[in-house]
Design a binder for this molecule. Structure first.
Ligand code: NDP
Length: 300
């Protein structure tokens, strides 16, 4: 018998992830927060809708959460999830958030006889739709092994990272690199453009050289060079992820001078009203500093 899954947080990531579970044959129960539409769409595919978080938990063996950030995790876990789930139940917390928050929630869960895995994701909406996310999991190895088939329905590469909190920590490091790489790649593209280089050729060379990266192979040709900022991972969520690293560093007395500067630049773009746009729009900040217009070029 497949576990009964509850799914809370049916946003850009959560809705396709929940759909993957339905397609994999799990009985899935959902609820809505402000917007009913995603829950109703999932109902049409076979999920069951109930009126609130506590009812989701009561109908489930395993409850998955993927919420905006730390305050929403605490709100959901303390506002019904841990009361509704029976002893022996499991929570899989997949939000990008602080390790300290998920450790607090783990303690509260354990005090009620509920197990918890910390399992943030990387890969964006397209890979959530395909069920091919990277998932970084912290928690007991036994619980990890038990939940592996559930994680496999949503992800292709699943890493066990050790104790609860380590998943969130690895995700924080990934986002620090992603945010900083995207900005320095934008600066490199700007310079290459002003040098009059063939940008497609430049990308090919860099991706076979020591300056290459996932960002250079993906964000640069698909978004930064063609100036295509179609909806995707939002700039304000990326800023939130950077703030997690900066907050952790502040608490631990660690200095991250490069990240401080990167974070200020993302904040400047939020101040200009770009928080809801694809985070690669941050590349336009470099252009603004140089005040130069051109026709966007297409990449094959
Ligand atoms: P969204 O803002 O699209 O979705 C958040 C969801 O949480 C919405 O369905 C929202 O419902 C729901 N929600 C908010 N507050 C509550 C609450 N108090 N109780 C119940 N439900 C609530 O975010 P994403 O799906 O984009 O991101 C989710 C997490 O995944 C974030 O931590 C993000 O950093 C991370 N992530 C996102 C990626 C992406 O490409 N988008 C990639 C990798 C990780 P409603 O809208 O009705 O309020």
């Amino acid at each position: 018998m497949k576990e009964r899954i509850g799914f809370i947080g049916l946003g850009a990531m959560g809705k396709p992830m929940a759909l993957c579970l339905v397609k994999a044959g799990y009985p899935v129960t959902v609820t809505w927060h402000r917007n009913r539409a995603p829950a109703e769409e999932l109902e049409k595919t076979g999920a069951k809708i109930v009126p609130d978080v506590i009812s989701v938990a009561a109908a489930s063996d395993v409850v998955i959460t993927i919420l905006p950030a730390d305050p929403e995790i605490l709100e959901v876990y303390r506002g019904g999830l841990l009361d509704g789930l029976k002893k022996g139940g499991t929570c899989i917390e997949m939000t990008s958030a602080l390790p300290s928050t998920v450790k607090i929630v783990e303690q509260e869960a354990l005090s009620k006889g509920i197990g918890l895995l910390d399992a943030p994701v990387s890969g964006g909406v397209a890979r959530a739709v395909e069920g091919s996310l990277t998932i970084m999991v912290g928690g007991s190895k036994e619980l990890f092994d038990q939940c592996h088939p559930i994680l496999q329905a949503m992800g292709k590469t699943i890493f066990y990272t050790g104790e609860v909190g380590n998943g969130k920590s690895v995700k924080m490091i990934n986002q620090l690199l992603n945010a900083g790489n995207t900005l320095i790649a934008s600066e490199a593209v700007y310079l290459a453009r002003r040098m009059g280089l063939d940008l497609e050729l430049m990308c090919k060379v860099i991706n076979e050289s020591s300056g290459g990266s996932w960002i250079f192979a993906n964000n640069v040709p698909k978004s930064i060079i063609p100036e295509n900022f179609k909806p995707g991972f939002r700039l304000d969520l990326m800023k939130k992820d950077m703030d997690l690293s900066l907050e952790y560093a502040r608490q631990e007395g660690i200095v991250l001078p490069v990240m401080d500067l990167v974070s200020e630049i993302y904040q400047a773009m939020i101040n200009q009203g770009h928080g809801g746009e694809y985070y690669t729009i941050v590349s336009q900040w470099i252009k603004q500093q140089n005040r130069r217009e051109w026709q966007p070029c297409t990449m094959s």
